[in-house]
Each structure stands twice: as structure tokens, then as C-alpha cells.
Design a binder for this molecule. Structure first.
Ligand SMILES: [Zn+2]
Length: 474
């Protein structure tokens, strides 16, 4: 890719000109983006001439990595909001989720995941970390190809055109202290060596579509200490920088059970027994104390916040101001997909803090003066780290992933600058998206707010959900 002396792009097919774009260092004007045939940014020039380059219809934002997804749970949205005793807490919600997990077929998983990945793209997520724990057939036996369900997710991501970090889940026990797994967990359970074999078998498939392979030890209650040690060292031999994600301290009951088992809080136990570092993503970490907060932030690990799911499940509120005050890194995920919308996750995160603190504009600075800008930049950086992929925003060497807002959308039109448009996008337009285009790896996946396969994948999703509602009845 060549650039003339005036900054004009010589090959318009791999150029985009933005009047304003959000770079890792903040907002910049007259930005010319250029990328190569592999979809990587080769030049990000400010104060450039547009030349023949196509012009974005509004502010250009970095694509948001979604760092926590259980794709199949999208099919449950709307089915768990009833006042029955069994749905009164997280553990009751989990019963229905387990019935879905027990009944889902490979075809249904692929259909649901493809549709939810397309929803993600339309809502500003350009890559996803799939925390994937259903491995076996309906009877709990390995499929003829043990990779069957993982391959379905890879295919779903490829069809949708979203970046993927595949995180096969190790799940062995039903509670702390090595308690035996339950019959309804039979599709999740793997021995440690058997999980390593799966990782080895999946690596070529991931590499061939530029997906990243990592690992998700489900939680401390589902993976005993020896197994956690072995699987982390096995993964490290396979790929020393592969991401490691686990659920931790989501519920008070989990913290209490861990205290009873070990005398330590879950995150305290993890930090005492593992060299937690930048590879680790701590999903939720809702109930951590000040010491855990300081130690975990110093480790360089990312906290994976899923604000709409955490609100939906009644988990509690993560103390984000304290985490940021000690330099903690964070990103966002849509987890159970009760909502699939990057802007809505950021809005819910900030609003939870405001409601708890009875103050406004909390997740702001030090590098930007608006909450929306600060949150977007921090969530992209944390999400990229947790993904283990080059998706850290609009910078040379990163993947050409971005979101273009429509400056003529009724909610954005006539606002004074891109920063206020981003604020309106996050805080004022979640029910009527102001997203015009979404690009992944230098290719437009969403245009005029819509993915070209939306309708066909939506019908397949509805058919799969209908079947699943039938077959999952208890
Ligand atoms: Zn989760």
C-alpha cells in the first residue's frame, strides 16, 4: 500500500477517510486508514487529505471485542423473567440453562451461534471470546469427531465474519472439594489429558481461519487444584501466550463455599496458587475485597465485566472505580446475551456505578474527558488483551476492525463533535442503533446497520430455538 506525498491513498479499495476517528490516543481529525490484503492496518494518518478514499458517514470507533460469550444462551432470552420460586436467583436460572445445554444439537448450536454473532456485529462487537463448555453428545459421550461442537462455533464465526477466540472449557466437578459432577453436567465433563488432546486437535482449525485458541478452566468450583495446575502448564507448552479465562467470584454463595473449603476467597486462592498475569481474564470478579483488587490489578490480568447479564442474574455490582484507581484493566462481554449490544454494556456498567455511588460520570479519565470515550478506549484495550488477538484499535499492525456511526441519525445529528456523538450512541440510542457500518479485517460486515445474512440466519435461529424449547422441557 502506497501513500503519495500529500497523504492521498493510491488504492481506494483499501482506504477509508474519517473526518473524526477514535485512536488509542484519543480523538483525531481527518484520519486516513489504510490496510493490507490480510486485513491489517498499515497506515493511520491524521490531518490527511481524503483523495479518492471513501468517506465514513460519521465518527469511526475502534471495533469492540466481546470478551465473554456463551452463544447458545441467546436462545433463553425472555424465558427466565418470571416470579416463580425456581427463578428467584442465579442457581434457579442455571437449571433452565442446563436443560438447554442438555438438549442442544450441533445443528442448533451452529444456527444459534451464527445468528448471535451477526447480532453482535450489528451492535458494534467485532470479535468474540466464546467460553465453550458443551463438548459431548446428548448422552455425554464424545462425538465421532471430538471437536464437533467447537468446529460448529468456528464455522458460525466464519459465516458471520466475526473474529473468534475459542475457549474450550475444562469442567470436572460440581463444587469445591472435588464434589462429583451432576448428571446434567455430563456434556461438559472432560479429563485433563482429554482436554489437552482436544486443544491440540483444535489448534490447526483455529490457525487456519485466524481464530485464537485459548482455554477456560470453568471456575475454581469446577476444576480441582491439581487439574488446574496441569491444564495451565499443558496449554503453556502448546502456546505460551494463549489466553486463559475463568469465572470467579460471581456470586456470594461461591465466595462462601470457597472460604469454607480453603479458608480463602476465590481470587485470593487463585493469586496464591497461580502466576496470574496478562494472559488471564477474570470473568465477573464481582465480589472481591480491597486486597484482591490491588493484587489482581497488579498482576496485569483483565477483569471481564458482563454488566447486563450480571444485572439480569442479580450478581451484584463490580466496584469499577476502585479497580480503575489501582490501574486495573477491564473489558466487556455479553455473556448470557440477555442483551447483545456493546453500547448497552457500557451504559449499564456506568449506570450501575452511578446508582451505587449516587454520583455521575465515574468511569472517566485520565486520558479522556468524556465517560463514553474513556470507557470505549479502556474496554477495547482490555478486550484485545483478553482475546489474545491484534484487535486493540485503530493503530498500525492491528486488525482493521471498526464501527462507523451515522452522523445523520436523529439522535446524533447536529451534535457539536464526535465525542458528543459517541456519548449519544452509548447513553441515548441503545434502542435505535446509530451504527451505520461495521468492518472486520478490512471488510464491511454490516452496512446501513444490517448484516447481509441477518434475515436468513434469524429464521434459522428461530427454528432452532423452537425445537430447543420443545426438547428441553423437564
Ligand atoms: Zn459465563
Amino acid at each position: 500500500m502506497s501513500v503519495s506525498a500529500s497523504g492521498v491513498c493510491a488504492k481506494a479499495s483499501r482506504c477509508l477517510f474519517a473526518q473524526e476517528a477514535l485512536l488509542p490516543s484519543g480523538w483525531a481529525s481527518q484520519v486516513l486508514l489504510q490496510w493490507d490484503e490480510r486485513g491489517q492496518l498499515t497506515s493511520v494518518q491524521t490531518h490527511a487529505e481524503p483523495g479518492d478514499a471513501p468517506r465514513a458517514k460519521g465518527p469511526v470507533l475502534p471495533g469492540m471485542p466481546n470478551l465473554h460469550s456463551h452463544a447458545f444462551q441467546r436462545a433463553m432470552a425472555g424465558l427466565t423473567e418470571y416470579g416463580q420460586a425456581t427463578q428467584g436467583n442465579f442457581w434457579g436460572w442455571r437449571e433452565l440453562m442446563y436443560r438447554f445445554a442438555a438438549a442442544i444439537t450441533p445443528e442448533q448450536l451452529e444456527a444459534i451461534a451464527t445468528a448471535v454473532y451477526i447480532e453482535m456485529l450489528e451492535a458494534g462487537f467485532t470479535s468474540v471470546c466464546e467460553f465453550h463448555y458443551i463438548h459431548h453428545d446428548l448422552d455425554g459421550r464424545p462425538y465421532a469427531d471430538d471437536r464437533e461442537l467447537s468446529l460448529r462455533l468456528l464455522r458460525a464465526a466464519e459465516k458471520a465474519g466475526i473474529g473468534l477466540t475459542l475457549l474450550p472449557v475444562l469442567y470436572q466437578t460440581s463444587d469445591f472439594g472435588g464434589r462429583a459432577s451432576r448428571p446434567d453436567q455430563r456434556r461438559f465433563i472432560r479429563r485433563t489429558d482429554n482436554m489437552l488432546a482436544l486443544l491440540e486437535a483444535l489448534k490447526p482449525a483455529c490457525d487456519s481461519q485466524d481464530a485464537r485458541l485459548g482455554l477456560a478452566p470453568h471456575s475454581l468450583r469446577a476444576v480441582p487444584p491439581d487439574a488446574l495446575q496441569q491444564i495451565v502448564s499443558g496449554l503453556t507448552s502448546l502456546d505460551p501466550t494463549a489466553p486463559i479465562h475463568l469465572h470467579i467470584s460471581e456470586q456470594i454463595a461461591e465466595v462462601e463455599a470457597c472460604m469454607k473449603w480453603s479458608g480463602k476467597r476465590p481470587l485470593q486462592w487463585l493469586l496464591d496458587h497461580h502466576a496470574v498475569d496478562e494472559r488471564w481474564c477474570l470473568i465477573h470478579a464481582t465480589h472481591i475485597d480491597a486486597q484482591e483488587c490491588r493484587r489482581a490489578a497488579a498482576s496485569g490480568a483483565v477483569v471481564g465485566l458482563c454488566p447486563t447479564t450480571e444485572a439480569n442474574l442479580g450478581d451484584g455490582i463490580f466496584d469499577a472505580p476502585s479497580w480503575r484507581a489501582v490501574g486495573g484493566r477491564w473489558g466487556i462481554g455479553s455473556d448470557s446475551h440477555v442483551a447483545v449490544n456493546a453500547a448497552e454494556e457500557l451504559m449499564m456498567l456506568e449506570y450501575g456505578q452511578r446508582l451505587a455511588a449516587q454520583k455521575r460520570n465515574l468511569l472517566v479519565g485520565p486520558y479522556a474527558s468524556s465517560v463514553a470515550t474513556s470507557m470505549t478506549l479502556e474496554a477495547v484495550a482490555g478486550g484485545a488483551q483478553a482475546s489474545g488477538r491484534r484487535v486493540a484499535g485503530l493503530a498500525v499492525g492491528q486488525q482493521a476492525d471498526w464501527v462507523i456511526l451515522d452522523a445523520h441519525h436523529p439522535v446524533l445529528q447536529d451534535l457539536p463533535n464526535a465525542e458528543s456523538m459517541l456519548s449519544a450512541h452509548i447513553f441515548a440510542s441503545s434502542r435505535q442503533s446509530a451504527i451505520d457500518e461495521v468492518w472486520v479485517a478490512g471488510q464491511a460486515r454490516v452496512q446501513q446497520g444490517r448484516h447481509q445474512d441477518f434475515i436468513v440466519t434469524r429464521s434459522a435461529f428461530q427454528a432452532a430455538r423452537g425445537q430447543l424449547m420443545e426438547t428441553s422441557r423437564s
